[in-house]
Design a protein around this ligand. Structure first.
Ligand code: PEP
Ligand code: MN
Length: 337
């Protein structure tokens, strides 16, 4: 079982909780997050059912270990929402559109795309400053300059920004500029990175590894949660199958499955799954029908000149045309957008 402390629990309350656990002959493993402390309790099953712990000052919840992923599990929890900047995703909140280019290419580019996607209904801006490219000779991102340009776009539009982290050494600088960390498909099982960002105050959008099972995705989320960062969003972005007609295969069954197994918000990124612009609108509609809490869609105002993923980016016009149709599908499944 694990003990989750309240965000405002004092050191002496935490020490008393740990002392009580040890008095019972159990072992306590402590992980400190930005706002909470997570105490893993290890010992005989009968003692783990100790009721007095639950009423101690500073204890928020006691979660039994029924599944390998105890903090992510849906067991006895309502779907949770995660706040990025001033935007809530998940639970009963409105469906959210997260849009922007694959890569931040210049201040002018990101500011103008931010304005145009906001006008059509996007609530969060995306853009990569550190890019995970298959070839070391491809554009690797503008790094710190890219982060500054994202922050400029936020200042101009008010849209919170999300950007990918590839290396824990970049955490401090990304935390300075961004509102949400993205872990890309290639790093879903980079466990040392997951542990590090588990100690960040920023929410984390965790993309499914393109060869990862649903359980592996949830266990990767558990790495972040178990370090005390409770703000994790799961993202289906396509998996590798025998089919090569699309870049990856969008596994939409992941949406209801993840929602039945976890309380975490579920996002779908149809852009990277499809790899071609033409089919992104249909699969975006399908993702909302399946119950996604948010969509991540790449939009570029000159896709033919994009430094990465130009073939799959929607133009601002295609995106603007898609939004009313997304609204209709969201309404059909009882959500607003
Ligand atoms: C991206 O969002 O630009 C990206 C690289 O995504 P993924 O990790 O899903 O390939
Ligand atoms: Mn991309």
């Amino acid at each position: 079982m694990i003990v989750i402390t309240q965000p405002n629990a004092t050191e002496s309350q935490i020490n008393e909780i740990v002392d009580r656990i040890r008095e019972l002959g159990l072992d306590a493993q402590i992980s400190r997050g930005a706002s909470r402390v997570i105490i893993g309790v290890i010992g005989p099953e009968s003692l783990l059912r100790e009721k007095r712990l639950a009423v101690m000052p500073g204890v928020e919840a006691i979660v039994p270990v029924l599944k390998p992923y105890k903090l992510a599990s849906r067991d006895s929890r309502n779907p949770s929402s995660v706040t990025i900047g001033n935007v809530k995703i998940g639970g009963n909140e409105d469906v959210v559109l997260i849009c922007g280019p694959c890569s931040v290419e210049s201040s002018e580019q990101i500011v103008s795309i931010a304005k145009v996607v906001k006008k059509s209904g996007a609530k969060i801006l995306r853009g990569g400053a550190f890019k995970p490219r298959t070839s070391p000779y491809s554009f690797q991102g503008l790094r710190e300059d890219g982060l500054r340009f994202l922050a400029e776009a936020r200042a101009e539009t008010g849209l919170p920004v999300i950007t990918e982290i590839m290396d824990a050494r970049d955490l401090a600088i990304i935390e300075k500029h961004a509102d949400c960390l993205q872990v890309g498909t290639r790093n879903m099982q980079n466990f040392s990175l997951l542990k590090e960002i588990g100690r960040s105050r920023l929410p984390v959008l965790l993309k499914r590894g393109y060869s990862a099972t649903i359980n592996e995705l949830i266990l990767s989320a558990e790495y972040i949660l178990s370090e005390g960062n409770m703000n994790v969003l799961l993202c289906e972005r396509g998996i590798r199958t025998f089919e090569t007609a699309t870049r990856y295969t969008l596994d939409l069954s992941a949406v209801p499955l993840l929602k039945s197994k976890t309380h975490l918000p579920v996002i779908v990124d149809p852009t990277h799954a499809l790899g071609v612009r033409e089919f992104v609108p249909q699969m975006s509609l399908a993702a909302l029908a399946a119950g996604a809490d948010a969509l991540m869609i790449e939009v570029h105002d000159s896709p033919e000149l994009a430094k990465s993923d130009g073939d799959q980016a929607l133009t601002p016009e295609i995106f603007a045309d898609l939004v009313p149709r997304l609204r209709a599908v969201a309404a059909a499944v009882g959500r607003s957008l």
